[in-house]
Design a protein around this ligand. Structure first.
Ligand SMILES: Cc1cc2nc3c(=O)[nH]c(=O)nc-3n(C[C@H](O)[C@H](O)[C@H](O)COP(=O)(O)OP(=O)(O)OC[C@H]3O[C@@H](n4cnc5c(N)ncnc54)[C@H](O)[C@@H]3O)c2cc1C
Ligand SMILES: *[C@@H]1O[C@H](CO)[C@@H](O)[C@H](O)[C@H]1NC(C)=O
Ligand SMILES: *[C@@H]1O[C@H](CO)[C@@H](O)[C@H](O)[C@H]1NC(C)=O
Ligand SMILES: *[C@@H]1O[C@H](CO)[C@@H](O)[C@H](O)[C@H]1NC(C)=O
Ligand SMILES: *[C@@H]1O[C@H](CO)[C@@H](O)[C@H](O)[C@H]1NC(C)=O
Length: 608
């Protein structure tokens, strides 16, 4: 099986490289080249990073057929013979050839463990390697973005982003018979019909156990059941994957915003690493890049008439800024980089989801219910998740948990590198999150429901990490420090998440199936024991890094303003996941598409 897959992968690889080498380098449609003399000297826009956000904005800015865009991407064109989850096979998502090879700093609160930092480096970016789980979080979560902008007229709200979720994503409804029987509901008003990025339910086999799980979760206290997984509500819902409705192949930034977009004004170079933004006074005027596989090659310069747009992702956008002299001045000085703008927020406010891979159970009696329409199509089965606020996770304990967080000195657990502005920014977040821990519409627990037990995720860690340059080798690997569980509230929440799973599996409607806990096992029972166990289990990333170039006021440690322009300079903007002030209670790619769609409108408008 594995070798068959490898064989197929090889076939595609061969076919693809023949295709690539057969393409004229200066095709009238798309130009893929890696040499200076084949590039123009100047474009309207230069986009750094041909990933999820970069290609979305590149597509939108060139729609007029006039504006010229050059995308500069570190990775190459990948090959994707299969559509399924990255965990199922190395020929799909998490192939090391398409990922940066980064390891985090040890996490002292997690028994000093280190973690692999998953980030795509390939055309399409992380959307090329991700798990295709397609969710968007809640209205309360996105409304924090406006509140943390401290601008009453801010449009970074759920209502302000919904039109861009619709513009960005086309829904493929579920199979009607299967939907009726399993209560897979949706409402077209939350989705668009124009984008070539697809959210597809799949029509694969669903067994009777899924009905039992669905009904049992629905019966738990305070569990809401929204009509649609894109309605901006927490609760229990069936959700889509990012895949196309015909072949059930991965639907990602390259297929949606590059492959079929054949415009002579939309160009990309691959295998090129941008390491510097160039300036005319305070105006960004272009970038400098070097060949990825020949780092001693001469840097190449390309100019931007209108804007330089950063889309290198949460890990590398801070690097490009810092190498250009924009970042925390003390760190830049240590690295001998002349300071252009002292912006302490660059590389801070780092957040990700965290999870325990497995709370193990074995059924005593296998639960089942009769099924008439198990599904007969492709794309795998529709997926089911419980995405719960703390009042559902711990109806008796959430108030106490929120009060404990609220009573903290907000600056107590922050990185020592935080200056006064960053402390103030976290103080504001602390205020907002203290309130939202009491909301049932902010997701603190995600359980993907397949069978007995499973993984528990905390979607709102309050610890904050950093992603900074190594001052002794600023162009080398970024130093990724999750600082997971440095704020002890994160362990408290995880303990409640485990206890929820226990109540779900052993009380209420599932009690009759006499499930036995295999992991950690009932011997681990007090909160202290559970917390201790969790320290050895938690993985601080679900590959959803955000927040290192945050959209917040500069006096709150922000890096970009409401229009996504970098403070202190002109003609430089950021459009990727790094601008998110707080993490959505959802896998992040759908929100990245929405942010990018909105960013494209903002950029077009100011350059009209
Ligand atoms: C393994 C994995 C699993 C995931 N699972 C899911 C999931 O199931 N569902 C979901 O919704 N989300 C998932 N995500 C997260 C989601 O894919 C990301 O949040 C999103 O794609 C990030 O988009 P971005 O535009 O910010 O960055 P990216 O898409 O990562 O794009 C950044 C691009 O910039 C390039 N680049 C970096 N530095 C430079 C430089 N100096 N010069 C030029 N180019 C550069 C990179 O090569 C990359 O292509 C997952 C991510 C990963 C990695
Ligand atoms: C990743 O880096 C480590 C340490 O530098 C190295 O041992 C390993 O071979 C690398 N893996 C890949 C796939 O490049
Ligand atoms: C399906 O969900 C809707 C909306 O929550 C609910 O009103 C309805 O009773 C459910 N139907 C079934 C068969 O569970
Ligand atoms: C910067 O851009 C502004 C607006 O386009 C322009 O008026 C100004 O002359 C530019 N400054 C420099 C130094 O190029
Ligand atoms: C890598 O660089 C070498 C020259 O240093 C070049 O010949 C080769 O084509 C490059 N490979 C790719 C995939 O760009």
């Amino acid at each position: 099986m594995a070798s068959q897959r490898a064989g197929i992968a090889l076939l595609f690889l061969t076919a693809w490289s023949q295709l690539v080498s057969a393409w004229p380098l200066n095709s009238p449609y798309v130009t893929i080249n890696t040499r200076q003399q084949q590039l123009e000297d100047e474009y309207d826009y230069i986009i750094v990073g041909g990933g999820t956000s970069g290609l979305t904005v590149g597509d939108r800015l060139t729609e007029d057929g006039q504006s010229t865009v050059l995308v500069i991407e570190y990775g190459y064109f990948g090959t994707f013979p299969s559509s399924h989850y990255f965990l199922s096979s190395v020929d799909t998502g998490m192939n090391p050839k398409r990922m940066f090879n980064l390891t985090s700093q040890p996490c002292p609160e997690l028994n000093n463990r280190q973690f692999s930092v998953g980030i795509g480096c390939v055309v399409g970016g992380s959307s090329s390697v991700n798990g295709q789980v397609f969710l968007r979080g809640t209205s309360d979560e996105l409304d924090t973005w406006a509140e943390l902008g401290n601008d009453p007229s801010s449009t970074w709200t759920w209502d302000g982003l919904l039109p861009y979720f619709k513009k960005g994503i086309t829904l493929t409804p579920p199979d009607p018979a299967q939907a009726e029987e399993f209560n897979i509901t949706y409402d077209a008003k939350y989705w668009g019909t124009e984008s070539k990025i697809y959210a597809t339910f799949g029509e694969g086999y669903l067994g009777g156990v899924m009905k039992v799980l669905y009904n049992a979760m629905r019966a738990m206290p305070n569990v809401n059941v929204p009509v649609d997984h894109g309605a901006g509500e927490a609760g229990l819902y069936w959700y889509t994957k990012s895949m196309d409705p015909q072949q059930y192949q991965r639907s990602y930034a390259r297929t949606g915003h590059w492959d079929d977009v054949r415009r002579s004004n939309y160009e990309m170079i691959v295998g090129a690493k941008v390491n510097k933004i160039l300036f005319d006074g305070d105006n960004a005027s272009g970038v400098q890049w070097i060949s990825r596989n020949d780092t001693n090659s001469q840097p190449v310069t390309v100019r931007a008439r209108k804007e330089v747009i950063l889309a290198a992702g949460t890990v590398h956008t801070p690097q490009v800024l810092m190498l250009s002299g924009i970042g925390p001045s003390n760190l830049l000085q240590q690295a001998n980089i002349p300071v252009k703008v002292d912006l302490p927020g660059v590389g801070s406010n780092f957040q990700d989801h965290s999870y325990i891979p497995s709370i193990g159970y074995q059924w005593g009696t296998s639960p089942n219910m009769p099924v008439t329409n198990p599904g007969n199509g492709g794309g795998g089965p529709p997926s089911l998740a419980a995405m719960l606020g703390l009042p559902a996770v711990t109806p008796d304990g959430y108030e106490q948990l929120a009060a404990a967080f609220e009573a903290q000195d907000p600056t107590q657990y922050l990185p020592s590198s935080y200056d006064e502005t960053l402390k103030e920014g976290y103080r504001q977040q602390h205020k907002v999150m203290s309130r939202l821990m009491r909301s049932n519409n902010v997701i603190f627990l995600e359980v993907m429901m397949f069978g007995a037990g499973g993984s528990v995720q905390n979607l709102h860690p309050m610890s904050r990490g950093t992603i900074l340059i190594d001052p002794t080798n600023p162009e080398g690997d970024m130093i990724v420090d999750y600082r997971a569980a440095t704020n002890p509230i994160d362990l408290d929440v995880m303990v409640e998440n485990i206890k929820f799973m226990r109540r779900f599996m052993t009380t209420g409607e599932l009690a009759q199936y006499n499930a036995r806990e295999t992991r950690p096992g009932t011997g681990v029972s007090s909160d202290e024991q559970l917390a201790q166990w969790a320290r050895g289990q938690i993985i601080p990333s679900v590959f959803h890094p955000i927040g290192t170039c945050v959209k917040m006021p500069r006096e709150w440690g922000g890096v970009v303003d409401e229009q996504l322009q970098v403070y202190g300079v002109n003609k430089l903007s950021i459009i990727d996941a790094s601008i998110m002030p707080t993490i959505p209670g959802a896998t992040t790619s759908m929100t990245v598409y929405a942010v990018a769609e909105k960013a494209a409108d903002i950029i077009k408008e100011r350059n009209a």
